[in-house]
Design a protein around this ligand. Sequence first.
Ligand SMILES: *Cc1c(COP(=O)(O)O)cnc(C)c1O
Length: 473
Amino acid sequence: MSSAAIPIPNDFNKDLYTTLAEADPEVQALVDRETFRQFRGLELIASENLTSLAVMEANGSMFTNKYSEGLPGARYYGGNEVVDELEVLCQKRALQAFHLEDKTWGVNVQPYSGSTANFATFTALIQPQDRIMGLGLADGGHLTHGAYTPKKKISASSIYFQSLPYQVDPATGLIDYDALEKNALLFKPRILICGASAYPRDWDYKRLRKIADINGSYLMMDMAHISGLVAAQVQNDPFEYCDVVCTTTHKTLRGPRAGLIFFRKDKESDIEKRINDAVFPACQGGPHNNTIAGIAVALKQAATPAFKEYAVQIIKNTQTIAAELMKHDYKLCTSGSENHLVLWDLRPLGLTGSKIEKICDLAEITLNKNSVPGDKSAVVPGGVRVGTNALTSRSMKEPEMVKVADFLHRAVQISLQAQEEAGSKLLKDFVSTVTGSGASAQALKQLKQEVEDFATQFPLPGVPDSSKIKRTH
Ligand SMILES: *Cc1c(COP(=O)(O)O)cnc(C)c1O
């Protein structure tokens, strides 16, 4: 190769070589604003995390250019010798990160996301209109586990399959395994699904396996939220009892946005082929190789002692927030947490999840309204979900969680004050009060400033030097 610079050969391709800042200042400005938003605020959304610089570099790499339909060694396109190595490496690391032997478990690393991983799993295991059973949406389950309302089948998982939810006991917030067992006996699901998006407790896989066996069901775990905790072995091990384990890679696992499907190879000889065929060609086209590169990096990181420490700290942080909130006599579903999130029932305070989500947004604290067990209406969720995975990625520990819990406490107290000032329970009156000029609005401004002063003391993962983050407003 010559060492002389290679000139850009023609004018119409000049755009292919300019940086984002030069090529598109408008999008660059949005990237800068989003970076600052993440830096100056407290990210408490339980399904989010802050991925590493290395993952982002892999995710933005030249692998984005390549088509590779099929599997390593069996592709529909040429030029895949490097992609093949990448995908095999990613598979190997996926098994290692979850402490699995390749004799008993296999993995497909191509799902674009958690939802597609789940749908591909259904496609692989059962026929259209077969029955599935998962935790109800209002009880903390995920949309893709069969969600429906009286008038509408909401998810493809209820459009193409028959579903019946199981529930938590509204008094304790814990999964009612006895009722689940009884209903499963009647409904006879082909797949029994466990896993959730808003459940603060661990899973009884042994009991679930027993129920699945009674009814000849597959047992599928969707560990999307807790996969980082499972990899770090600070939660029960779903692989001990399940036939298939799906996950997203961007929640506690802290990778790029994608999904994985693990399948047991020793039980049914053709399950591997059925899963692989369901991902491609049944449900997807070409894999996103740039994302697979990012997953491989994240899985390498998830197998380190440092990641184990991270996972241990997530749980300590959640439990600190839970303890602090309970000191103020706030009601938490299940009275605590043993994972990365707390589910905060606001109904005893006469507040809705929407109001707290809104006021927190105005104070640069990001969390989400969430239904809590026993909610009368899914349209007015009675609680919020608070996760510690992202803050733990910003190197915050117990003392910081005490501070964060205090911010949350203040947000709730300001809300109560605002509701009184507004003299109405309507969300729009609430918003105009807290964005107005009264006492609650002043208190909120003060809170927002303190949140920002606090958050900007902690580095933002993915950014080489947080002191260089541009203040955008
Ligand atoms: C987040 C989540 C999913 C969906 O993942 P996407 O990547 O958003 O499609 C599926 N299942 C559970 C339990 C989840 O929490």
